[in-house]
Design a protein around this ligand. Structure first.
Ligand code: BGC
Length: 759
């Protein structure tokens, strides 16, 4: 601990220390004036700043700021540099507004498309969430502003988010819900982490020692401070012991007093309290010592917001190259209120008071494009009149291309509540159907924070998914629709055909008190691909105005030790006629058969920019973790020895090249052998099978001997094959009593096996 902090700790009174462990108000920490400890301010996050006015009167009234595309959109860019750039801009803005910490990124896994807050989150895949989350953090922190990665952990639903207990097995936590945070901690060292509201397996995150101390701090090496989500604290003293340093917002003095009383009663030690206070002091001192002046050039950031959106929109469908629009602008019809009034961000804590809005209608005007615009439906996005519909249909008859701006109104998805359906407002679906009946060139432009059902998918020519694209989405839309920019986003989540197909359909959002994650590790494409289910649009999917060819997949070595890892390269060529960017994805499939694994898992991605005719080599480095699963027996990551398939492609369902590799595990022991273990358990594992093979052969010989199949079947009521399977599935303990074998003999044998594996 640094000397300055030690000195302050020695000077602070018990009451002052306790006070530092909760907020002064909604957005600030408490000062201790007599020791020169100032109050510092935090601000939402994640896709723009929601900074309170200096007068501090209305905690929800914020200063105008630039709204950038939400997490659902920026994740679709699959572009680490872009997320870093977004972080840098936010860091500058934070410096300008004297904000110590930007409350973001929000990286919870999209377990169900119904989660009301999916718009803020990045992906259904923890590799994507971790990589892009870390890039964002590195960007913000490069400007010396702090970040708060949220919500740690398993905040995957809004229904009863303050109290629900998520029932999740450890392997699922380790493989799906925690690794995004782990990557952020290890690759970007966030200054703070925000704990979630919910409980995990019965313990609230705000007082979960396993989560905050054992895993986050001790195992991953987190050095920063854990703050609570706003109002997440229940037992403050337990929270301090669990490593929750800062409770936000203010607690009215109640929980400060709980801390004081606990220290006086001896149930909380001064060392435990000092640990928490030292993290708060570190956060404050860091800000004071390193704060920078930032320039908040709103016009520049507004322009950047459009560029970020351009990289994030996903071209889902484009039949007969309907896009980019070739027709003269005056033969193009825009339909739908979203064209005039786009949904730029989601409702709740991430809602930005926009500096300025540029809609598609505005941007078309600015670009001098004389497109015709009709509303099509009412300003509430949910109702219409026959006059509005008739006007749209009549105009569509005379247009070359009809662009319908559709999507979800805020009443359909927001922080604090989950969706109940994948459907868009009925009037919008009906309008699209009617327009396709009179015009074969209908393009749908979507504004939504999560997947929607598309009953009209086969009838429209093209679909451009814009998600919630920030305050300058209109400029991005015009550039993409008219071909000034080429779409390059890919879906960071699967669009299912039906709600009933989703992995947690039967258990989401639970009974209110608990929610059982019965689908386990099979989340998103891990579920759909393992089950070979048809989907509306697969994970990783996204089209371009050009085409890409994948060739020359190479692995640096066909066989290697897990700890050595391997390098994989592939050449990508732009085979079309315009410049474009491709998101190249690498998936790994475990073919060893040792453990239940998803059909494939994303372990690498890169975005390459290519001029027409240009080729580039993309290289991926895979390490032990790329092949490993969480082994609950050993409490560690484990990549079993054997065959794996490496697949490289343009989406999880568009694999262009594969290679088989052989991995040798650095650990011989997949699990501890007990009297309950079977020979079959050991035979499935390369190292363990080497140990048991002879014994197994002997056991088989003892029963089968040299009998032919006919002789065997005359003696036993089943086949040799079935007998061998039975020998495999006999636990060691069942040998007791056979040929005088005692339990002690069995325990000795088991111990010998374990020792051989430990060597
Ligand atoms: C949200 C957090 C947010 C905080 C402050 C909470 O309700 O869950 O994400 O940072 O409020 O606005």
């Amino acid at each position: 601990m640094d000397n300055k902090i030690k000195e302050l700790l020695s000077q602070l009174t018990l009451e002052e220390k306790a006070g530092l462990c909760s907020g002064k108000d909604f957005w600030r920490t408490k000062p201790v004036d007599r020791l020169g400890i100032p109050s510092i301010m935090v601000s939402d996050g994640p896709s723009g700043l929601r900074t309170q006015f200096d007068n501090g009167v209305d905690e929800n009234d914020s200063r105008p700021a630039v709204s950038f595309p939400s997490g659902c959109a920026t994740a679709s860019s699959f572009d680490r540099n872009l997320l870093r750039h977004l972080g840098e801009i936010l860091g500058e803005e934070a410096n300008n507004y004297k904000v110590s910490t930007v409350l973001g990124p929000a990286i919870n896994i999209k377990r169900s498309p119904l989660c009301g807050r999916n718009f803020e989150y990045l992906s259904e895949d923890p590799y994507v969430s971790g990589e892009l989350g870390a890039a964002y953090i590195n960007g913000v922190q490069s400007k010396n502003a702090g970040t708060s990665v949220k919500h740690f952990a398993a905040n995957n639903q809004e229904t009863n988010r303050f109290s629900v207990s998520e029932t999740v097995d450890e392997r699922t936590l380790r493989e799906i819900y925690l690794p995004g945070f782990e990557t952020c901690v290890k690759k970007a060292a966030p200054t703070t982490i925000m704990c979630s509201y919910n409980a995990i397996n019965g313990e609230l995150s705000s007082q979960n020692k396993w989560l905050l101390k054992d895993v986050l701090r001790d195992e991953w090496g987190f050095k920063g401070l854990v703050m609570s989500d706003w109002g997440a604290v229940y037992d403050r003293v337990k929270g301090i012991k669990a490593d929750l340093s800062l409770e936000m917002p203010y607690s009215g003095g109640h929980t400060d007093n709980d801390i004081v009383q606990a220290v006086k009663a001896g149930t909380l030690s001064m060392e435990e309290l000092d640990e928490a206070v030292s993290h708060v002091l570190e956060m404050v001192m860091n800000y004071v010592e390193h704060k920078q002046d930032g320039v908040f050039d709103m016009d520049k950031d507004h322009a950047d917001s459009a560029k970020i959106a351009e990289e994030s929109c996903v071209l889902l469908k484009n039949d007969n190259a309907a896009l980019p629009i070739k027709a003269p602008a005056d033969k193009v019809l825009f339909v739908g209120t979203f064209a005039e009034n786009p949904r730029y961000g989601g409702g709740g804590s991430s809602k930005i008071k926009c500096y300025k809005m540029t809609s598609a209608v505005d941007a078309a005007k600015e670009a001098g494009l004389s497109v015709k615009y009709v509303k099509g439906y009412n300003d509430d996005f949910e109702t219409t009149t026959s006059a509005l519909t008739d006007e749209a249909v009549a105009a569509a008859r005379n247009a070359d291309t009809v662009v319908v701006f559709a999507g979800l109104p805020e009443s359909f998805e927001s922080e604090g509540a989950d969706r109940t359906t994948l459907d868009m407002p009925q009037v919008q679906n009906e309008l699209i159907e009617k327009l396709t009946a009179v015009n074969k060139n209908v393009v749908v432009v979507l504004h939504n924070g999560a997947p929607v059902a598309m009953p009209w998918v086969d009838k429209v020519a093209a679909i451009l998914e814009c998600y919630l694209g920030g305050e300058n989405i209109g400029t991005a839309q015009i550039n993409l629709l008219f071909g000034k920019a080429n779409p390059s986003g890919k879906l960071a989540e699967t669009f299912p055909l039906r709600l009933e197909d989703t992995p947690c359909y039967l258990t989401y959002p639970g009974n209110g008190r608990t929610c059982i994650y019965s689908e386990g590790i099979f989340v998103g494409y891990r579920w759909y691909d393992s089950r070979k289910m048809p989907v509306l649009f697969p994970f990783g999917h996204g089209l371009s105005y050009t085409t890409f060819e994948y060739s020359n997949l190479k692995v640096s070595k066909p066989a290697f030790k897990d700890t050595d890892g391997v390098e994989v390269s592939i050449t990508i060529k732009n085979t079309g006629s315009v410049e474009g960017k491709e998101v190249v994805q690498l998936y790994v499939s475990d073919k060893t058969g040792v453990e239940v694994r998803p059909e494939k898992e994303l372990k690498g991605f890169d975005k390459v920019s290519l001029k027409p005719g240009e080729s580039k080599k993309v290289t991926f480095k895979l390490d032990r973790r790329s092949f490993a699963y969480w082994n609950t027996d050993t409490g560690d990551w484990y990549a079993p020895s054997g065959k794996y398939i490496i697949s490289v492609g343009a989406s999880s369902r568009d694999i262009r090249a594969t290679a088989e590799v052989d991995v040798t595990s650095s650990s011989k022991k997949a699990f501890t052998i007990t009297p309950q273990t079977t020979m079959g358990d050991m035979l499935r594992n390369r190292e363990m099978s080497a140990l048991i093979k002879d014994d197994f052969e002997k056991a088989c010989y003892a029963v089968i001997g040299d009998m032919t199949d006919e002789e065997f079947e005359a003696k036993f009521p089943f086949t040799k094959g079935a007998m061998i399977e039975m020998i495999k599935s006999n636990p060691f303990r069942s040998n007791r009593g056979r040929n005088g074998v005692t339990m002690e003999d069995i325990l000795n044998q088991v111990e010998k096996y374990n020792q051989a594996l430990d060597k």
